[in-house]
Design a protein around this ligand. Sequence first.
Ligand SMILES: Cc1cc2nc3c(=O)[nH]c(=O)nc-3n(C[C@H](O)[C@H](O)[C@H](O)COP(=O)(O)O)c2cc1C
Length: 193
Amino acid sequence: MTTVAIVYHSGYGHTAVVAEHVAKGVTGAGAEARLLRITGADQDMDPVLAAITEADAVIFGAPTYMGGPSAPFKAFADATSKVWFTHGWKDKIAAGFTNSLSLSGDKLSTLEYFSVLAAQHGMVWVSTGLMPGAATGDAGIDGVNRLGSSLGLMTQSENAAPDVTPGAGDKKTAELFGARVADAALRWGRGKA
Ligand SMILES: Cc1cc2nc3c(=O)[nH]c(=O)nc-3n(C[C@H](O)[C@H](O)[C@H](O)COP(=O)(O)O)c2cc1C
């Protein structure tokens, strides 16, 4: 079965909610979602690297902290240098998502980081493929792609409990995004076969 690894960090649980909805989208599209949570910069990253090696696609996820991916995610990214030496993930499908407090919050920097990481590994980057909410008349709090992101999934949450925000629109967007990445992995795999 086509497998999509979702490797993410979440300090306070908001990004974890997004990861779960991305996984729901992956599953709904007929692929298997493998959630891999980074819990700290000092954890053993080898099992995470091995799980990604086995997967057909990988989705990177982290909250935006100080205009970039959170430190535990960056520790994971640095650990991927082990795989980079052999280009072991070349041609794997890749995508990314980030959550933060502000509507912008400099989330684009985090997505740019993810896409460069994927490019260093020779992976094939998948965009959101979603029109911005402002263009579809769906930019309200419950809108799909209300933040208008193309490079990867952006979601926004207040610093309330993670079961309050991110809201319904962002969760729906996460599911559509997960489904798109799964579909890309399924098509890419069929082409290779
Ligand atoms: C150290 C730190 C830095 C942050 N920097 C930003 C930032 O640059 N932009 C932003 O919009 N929010 C920023 N935030 C807010 C978080 O992105 C927001 O609380 C997010 O929901 C946290 O996700 P998590 O619960 O998955 O950790 C920051 C929070 C922390 C703790």
